[in-house]
Design a protein around this ligand. Structure first.
Ligand SMILES: [Zn+2]
Length: 371
């Protein structure tokens, strides 16, 4: 990025930061970025494509300066693989990388603080990674990581919200007994109750537009082929763009679990592991992205992201929005993850239109900074 006259640094949270200067000094800045970390056995595009696209956009400006500076950010840690806590890089920008998070340990007992030091950075300087009040907004290009755009045959979409998530654990309790000698009507079978409830989870999600609900894990005790299960533990993951709809679905599924348990002579208890609210993207930026998509010759489409992204952390402090690229086969977090070269070209063209639109919009780049 240095040949582009960008000022490059690594901040104290390990984020890559490069500022492409504006036409005039003392201008505000637009942030464009994504994450540089990934998951084990990953693909090549999740996160890093958004950083490379941001750099490609600056190259395509061919030296042209805009009324605002552009800061490219490659976030150091988004996936949460090592410490089980996601968004470490972006949290530093919104001053949410606190002592508790710095003390979080990886599986070898190394804390975030120690990892930052091992990398040659000073955790005491993390407050210096925080955004100044001259940030106008945050844009993130990212692969969709799902099949929707491919199915619609559209290369790009404007993300209008990031879905909220609930994660719960359910435990059905029955009575273990002999699989051969206990007649069907005299059983309290925890797995059979759990199975009935799993079907209800699927049905409830199918009945509500945009709702996704998943039982991704089930464990049974005692866990023998000739023993009726006394215990079945399940996970539930529910997501929707509306927090109210998500909460209603979770309540409904808890009630259904209780009803099934009573009818089958079981008991059930649930435990909320995570409840994360939905984050709306900035309506002005979403509208501008949609216009830019049209200018590239594509049909616009608005989408809700079912996955979490750095944009939802940045949205706490600055107007934020995302552009999704079609993901062939909807495959992500796998070496088979890919993008189409044509779609990447369209994303760059869309980004250039977007920068031009914002540059011709003084209400955007001259807006009073947030406190
Ligand atoms: Zn990602």
């Amino acid at each position: 990025m240095e040949p582009l006259d960008a000022q490059v640094r690594i901040d104290a949270a390990g984020n890559f930061r490069a500022v492409y200067p504006a036409a005039l000094t003392h201008a505000s800045r637009l942030l464009i970025g994504s994450h540089l970390d990934t998951v084990p056995n990953a693909g090549a595009y999740d996160g890093v494509l958004g950083v490379v696209l941001a750099i490609a956009l600056l190259e395509q400006l061919r030296g042209r300066r805009l009324p605002f500076a552009i800061e490219v950010i490659g976030f150091s840690e988004e996936e949460g693989v090592r410490f089980g806590a996601p968004f470490i890089g972006s949290r530093a920008l919104v001053s949410r990388l606190d002592q508790e998070l710095l003390g979080t340990l990886d599986h070898r007992g190394v804390s975030v603080r120690e990892a930052v030091e091992e990398f040659g950075l000073n955790p005491e300087e993390i407050c210096g990674a925080a955004l100044d009040n001259d940030a106008l907004g945050y844009l993130e290009f990212h692969i969709e990581q799902g099949p929707v755009l491919e199915q619609l045959n559209r290369p790009l979409a404007a993300v209008e919200a990031i879905a909220g998530q609930s994660r719960l654990e359910f435990t059905f309790l029955g009575h273990a007994n002999h699989a051969g000698t206990t007649p069907m009507h005299l059983r309290s079978d925890a797995i059979a109750g759990a199975a009935e409830w799993i079907s209800a989870v699927e049905r409830v999600a199918q009945e509500v537009h945009g709702l996704v609900a998943t039982v991704g894990k089930i464990e049974a005790k005692p866990g023998a082929s000739n023993v009726i299960a006394s215990e079945a533990r399940l996970t539930l993951d529910v997501r929707h763009r509306s927090d109210e709809t998500r909460a209603r679905a979770v309540d409904n599924l808890i009630r259904q679990a209780q009803g099934i348990a009573v009818r089958r002579g079981l008991s059930v208890r649930e435990n909320v592991v995570l409840s994360q609210h939905a984050v709306a993207m900035d309506p002005f930026l979403v509208g501008e992205i949609e216009q830019a998509i049209v200018k590239t010759g594509c049909k616009p489409h608005r989408i809700v992201s079912g996955a979490g992204h750095d944009a939802m952390i940045l949205a706490e402090k600055v107007p934020s929005a995302m552009i999704f690229l079609r993901t062939p086969g909807g495959i992500s977090h796998d070496p088979a993850e890919s993008v189409l070269q044509d779609d990447v070209e369209k994303a760059i063209a869309c980004g250039l239109h977007l920068l031009d639109q914002l540059a011709s919009c003084p209400e955007f780049y001259k807006r009073t900074p947030r406190a």
